[in-house]
Design a protein around this ligand. Structure first.
Ligand SMILES: Cc1cc2nc3c(=O)[nH]c(=O)nc-3n(C[C@H](O)[C@H](O)[C@H](O)COP(=O)(O)OP(=O)(O)OC[C@H]3O[C@@H](n4cnc5c(N)ncnc54)[C@H](O)[C@@H]3O)c2cc1C
Length: 286
């Protein structure tokens, strides 16, 4: 791990994150932005925006490009890598992302609409055969049958890894593209509905079939905020913030859709600005 400590680590790269980044850069703060491959899938999908002040009729994609262009002009560099875990260290926080560990005095969470459990009984079987990281828990299923629910192509290497150690791997992709998985992985193009079992998982049910499995992994979805940052207080699945965008954890701010409705661009940009300026102020006091 590098000893370099950033002033602010911003997690996410949608309008809330870019607004926080531009405002912190404007105050000369040393920032790092960790984002997804496509910065802001919601903006990319939005056909026409007609309520963002100053742009009476613009597509989501045009506005997205304009936000990214502005951030780039200000020298904001986005590292395309998912933040997986944030935990405190003596002078601030450590952000884990793949093999990388980044240090920052403060953190701003701008991670968009939080992941919601979609499988019936998902919460009940968490840790009892259901998990979110196949490479972490995979060895427990050596020689057994497992299913992976893949929210994005990110899940494919995990399916390939399990295929090396498990007896049978079912892969249920929830995205359009053809999955690139090993030939022994059975791809099932059906939406999973529920997990069942007794003390541990026994089956994964889709609309038309029941797969007998010892383990189910849900991979490639956004990470739920309280899994990303243990101890983070939520209110109905959203990150609880005050009017200064402070969370319950010192030095951790949040902004945008992850703080709850309304899910709107102006609100995301406004909250991102407040979080960016308040993180900047806090760093100056440290
Ligand atoms: C079809 C559609 C139409 C819309 N139309 C309008 C409209 O007309 N007007 C309006 O005001 N709003 C509209 N919206 C809503 C608007 O797009 C959102 O409110 C806005 O994008 C929220 O910004 P955000 O920064 O909070 O989150 P997002 O834009 O969702 O950005 C979050 C980013 O963080 C990334 N991320 C998440 N977790 C991590 C992690 N652990 N590590 C790294 N990166 C991570 C995500 O992949 C994403 O790129 C629309 C949305 C949709 C889907």
């Amino acid at each position: 791990m590098s000893e370099h400590q950033f002033d602010i680590a911003i997690i996410g790269c949608g309008p809330a994150a870019l607004s926080a980044a531009v405002n912190a850069k404007n105050k000369n703060r040393d920032i790092v932005v960790l984002g997804s491959e496509l910065c802001s899938p919601p903006m990319h999908k939005a056909p026409m925006i007609n309520n963002y002040l100053g742009f009476p009729s613009i597509t989501g994609e045009e506005l997205r490009q304009s936000f990214l262009g502005h951030a780039s002009l200000m020298g904001v560099n986005i590292i395309k890598s998912k933040a997986e875990n944030v935990f405190p260290d003596e002078n601030g926080y450590i952000v884990m992302s793949g093999e990388e560990m980044l240090r920052a005095k403060t953190v701003i969470l701008c991670i968009g609409t939080p992941y919601r459990q979609t499988l019936k009984n998902e919460a009940d079987f968490l840790g009892k055969g259901l998990g979110y990281c196949a490479t972490c828990d995979g060895p427990l299923y050596k020689g057994k049958d497992v299913a992976i629910v893949g929210y994005s192509a990110e899940a494919e290497p995990e399916a390939n890894y399990l295929a090396e150690i498990c007896n049978k791997v079912y892969y249920l992709p929830l995205y359009k593209e053809d999955p690139q998985v090993r030939s022994e992985v059975e791809v099932i193009r059906e939406r999973p509905v529920s997990v069942e079992g007794d003390t541990t998982v026994k089956t994964l049910t889709t609309k038309t079939q029941q797969l007998t499995v010892h383990g189910v992994f849900v991979v490639g979805a956004e990470i739920a905020p309280d899994r990303l940052v243990p101890g983070l207080e939520l209110a109905e699945n959203f990150i609880k913030v005050n009017s200064q965008m402070e969370t319950n954890l010192p030095g951790i701010f949040a902004a945008g859709d992850c703080t709850g409705p309304p899910y709107q661009l102006s609100k995301a940009a406004g909250q991102g600005q407040i979080a960016g300026l308040n993180a900047t102020k806090l760093v100056l006091k440290m």
